[in-house]
Design a protein around this ligand. Structure first.
Ligand code: PEP
Ligand code: MG
Length: 541
C-alpha cells in the first residue's frame, strides 16, 4: 500500500466479521434526486441525441450482463425479469419520444429521458389493474440506468476506470440495502463501510451470510474518502483505517487472520437441531455442504426485492422448487414475503410511512396485497405436490390474524392440486409470544424471530446504528418470553425454532438450550460455531 497521506483510524459499528484491505468503491446512492435540466442550442441537437443513443446502448449491455449474473446466481426465471428492461430500451416509441423532446423542446438528454419515462410510469400507475401498475416501476429502473450512463454513476468518481461495481474493492455507501446486492458484484466485493445501519438490519444479515466484512455508523465517511482511497476495515472490531501504513496492515493480519470464505463442517449434535437461514436459492448448496438439518427460515422476500418488479407465479415456483430439490429431502420453512420496513418492494407503492417498522409490513401487508399472496401461495402449493412444504407467516400478532391469513392462503389454492402444507407462525411481535399457548393450538409449528422481538419488546430500532448497545438480548424478560413460547410448542409436541441472529451467536447457545430450545436456524456460515458451542455445553452439563 502506498502512503501518500497520514493514516487515520476511525471506529464504527462492527456489522460483519473479518478483515479486508483494498481500495474504495464509492457509491453515489442519492444520485437520482436531481436530474440536470437545461435547454440546448439548435447546433447541439444532434450531439445530444447521440448522447442518448450512446447511453441507451451501454445501459442495454449492462442489463444483459446483470441478467446473465442473476441467471447464474439465482435462477433462470429471475434472470428473465431483466428481459423486460431490454425490451423497453429497444422500444422505438421510447426513442421517438426522447428524440422529440430534444428536437422540439431543446431539452438536454437527461431531462428528456426523465420526462419521457416519468410520463410512462404515471400513465401505467393510473390503470386499474394491479399487475400493470406493478410494471410501472420498470420505467423508473430504466430511467435510473440511462441517467447513470449519462454521468450520474452509481460508482462515483472512478477516474482510473478500474472501479467496476465493487469488484475487488471495499464498497462505501450511505446504507447497505438488500437491493444493492444485485447492482454489485457481491462475489468479489471485499467489504462494506456505510454511514447508517444497525447490526440486525437486513443488509448486515446479508453481509454476514456472504462472509463479507462490514462496518457502519461512520456518518461522514463519504465526505472523507474518494473512489480509489486505500482502506483497511476490521469488521470484528469496527475499526476502519484510511491510508493504512504497511506495518498496520501486517499487525492487524497477525492478530486477526482473514475470515475464511466458508468454515469447516461440524457434524450434527444430539440435543440441538441446527438448521439454516437462507435468502437466495444459491445458498442451499453451502447449507447442504455444512450438513444443515433443514432450512428453518427461507427469507423469500429478499430475492423478490432484488429481482426487480417483473415477478410471477412461475418465477416463484422455479426458485422454491430448486431449493426443494437441492435440499435433498430435509424440511424447508418458506417464509411468506415479509415486505415492508427496511425491505421495500417498489412496485407495491407503499406510501411513505412515519414509522415503517410499525406500518404495512409482513402479514398485514400481504393481507392487503391479495394478488401477491395468491401468487406465492400457488407457487408453494405446486412445490407441495413433490413433498411436504412448511409455510411461515411473518409478523403475526394474534391467533385470529394467523387463522385469517392461513384461510387466505387456502382460498388461493382451493382450485388446484397440492400435497401436505404445514402452516407456522413467526413469534416476533410480543403480543403473539404472550398468546403462544392459544396460537400453538392451531399452528403446526413456530419460529421465534429474536431480531424483531428485541426491537418491539424494548422499543429499540434494529436498523439504527446509534442503538447497537441497547439492542441486546441480555434482558431477563426476553428469556422468559423465549421459555414461554418454547413451552407452548412442547406442550403440544410441535416444533419451535429460534431463527433470529441471537440463535447464531455461540455465546448464547447454552442459555437457549436451558430455555427449552431444541432447534435453531442460523446463517449457514455460523452452523459449525453453533454446533461446537452446543457440544461444549452438553459436555459440561
Ligand atoms: C427476526 O425478526 O428475528 C427474523 C428472523 O426475521 P427477519 O430478520 O427477517 O426480520
Ligand atoms: Mg423478523
Amino acid at each position: 500500500m502506498s502512503n501518500k497521506r497520514f493514516e487515520k483510524i476511525i471506529t464504527g459499528v462492527a456489522l460483519s466479521p473479518g478483515i479486508a484491505v483494498a481500495r474504495i468503491c464509492l457509491l453515489n446512492d442519492g444520485r437520482h434526486s436531481d436530474v440536470p435540466e437545461y435547454t440546448i442550442e439548435s447546433k447541439n441537437i444532434v450531439t445530444e441525441i447521440e448522447r442518448f443513443y450512446k447511453a441507451r446502448a451501454t445501459a442495454m449491455q449492462n442489463v444483459i450482463r446483470v441478467a446473465a449474473r442473476v441467471r447464474s446466481k439465482i435462477g433462470e426465471a429471475e434472470g428473465g425479469i431483466f428481459d423486460a428492461h431490454v425490451m423497453i430500451l429497444e422500444d422505438p416509441q421510447l426513442q421517438e419520444d426522447v428524440e422529440h423532446l430534444i428536437k422540439e423542446k431543446h431539452l438536454n438528454a437527461e431531462s428528456a429521458i426523465a420526462e419521457t419515462l416519468d410520463n410512462y410510469e404515471v400513465r401505467l400507475l393510473e390503470i386499474d389493474d394491479e399487475y400493470i401498475r406493478e410494471r410501472a416501476t420498470d420505467f423508473g429502473e430504466i430511467k435510473r440506468r440511462l441517467l447513470d450512463e449519462l454521468g450520474e454513476k452509481l460508482v462515483a468518481n472512478c477516474g482510473d476506470g478500474e472501479c467496476q461495481r465493487g469488484h475487488n474493492r471495499i464498497v462505501v455507501a450511505e446504507e447497505l440495502t438488500p437491493q444493492l446486492t444485485v447492482d454489485l458484484d457481491t462475489d468479489s466485493v471485499m467489504g462494506f463501510v456505510t454511514e447508517r445501519g444497525g447490526v440486525n438490519a437486513h443488509g448486515a444479515i446479508l453481509a454476514r451470510a456472504l462472509g463479507v466484512p462490514a462496518v457502519s455508523g461512520l456518518s461522514k465517511i463519504r465526505d472523507m474518502v474518494s473512489c480509489g482511497t486505500e482502506i483497511l476495515i476490521n469488521g470484528t472490531s469496527g475499526e476502519v483505517v484510511l491510508w493504512p501504513r504497511e506495518r498496520t496492515v501486517v499487525k492487524i493480519r497477525e492478530t486477526e487472520p482473514d475470515q475464511l470464505r466458508m468454515p469447516t463442517t461440524v457434524e450434527p449434535v444430539d440435543g440441538l437441531r441446527v438448521m439454516s437461514n437462507i435468502s437466495m436459492p444459491s445458498e442451499i448448496k453451502c447449507a447442504v455442504a455444512m450438513k444443515s438439518e433443514g432450512i428453518g427460515l427461507y427469507r423469500t422476500e429478499i430475492e423478490l426485492i432484488t429481482g426487480g418488479s417483473d415477478y410471477c407465479e412461475d418465477c416463484f415456483y422455479d426458485s422454491y422448487y430448486k431449493v426443494f430439490c437441492e435440499n435433498q429431502g430435509a424440511p424447508i420453512a418458506y417464509r411468506m414475503f415479509d415486505i415492508g420496513s427496511d425491505k421495500k418492494l417498489p412496485g407495491l407503492n407503499i406510501p411513505n410511512e412515519r414509522n415503517p417498522a410499525l406500518g404495512l409490513r409482513g402479514a398485514r401487508l400481504l393481507m392487503k396485497n391479495k394478488d401477491l399472496l395468491k401468487m406465492q401461495a400457488r407457487a408453494l402449493a405446486r412445490v407441495s405436490v413433490h413433498g411436504n412444504v412448511s409455510v411461515t407467516y411473518p409478523m403475526i400478532v394474534d391467533k385470529n390474524q394467523f387463522l385469517k391469513i392461513k384461510q387466505m392462503f387456502n382460498d388461493a389454492i382451493s382450485d388446484m392440486e397440492y400435497g401436505q402444507i404445514k402452516h407456522g407462525v413467526m413469534f416476533e411481535v410480543p403480543s403473539a409470544c404472550l398468546l403462544a399457548e392459544e396460537i400453538m393450538e392451531v399452528a403446526d409449528f413456530g419460529s421465534i424471530g429474536t431480531n424483531d422481538l428485541v426491537q418491539y419488546m424494548f422499543a429499540v430500532d434494529r436498523d439504527n446504528e446509534l442503538l447497537v448497545d441497547e439492542f441486546s438480548p441480555d434482558h431477563q424478560v426476553l428469556w422468559k418470553m423465549l421459555e414461554l413460547v418454547s413451552a407452548a410448542g412442547k406442550n403440544r409436541d410441535k416444533t419451535i425454532t429460534v431463527c433470529g441472529e441471537l440463535a447464531g451467536d455461540p455465546r448464547y447457545i447454552g442459555k437457549l438450550i436451558e430455555s427449552g430450545v431444541s432447534a435453531v436456524s442460523v446463517s449457514v456460515r455460523m452452523i459449525p460455531a453453533v454446533r461446537t458451542a452446543a457440544n461444549e455445553y452438553f459436555k459440561k452439563n
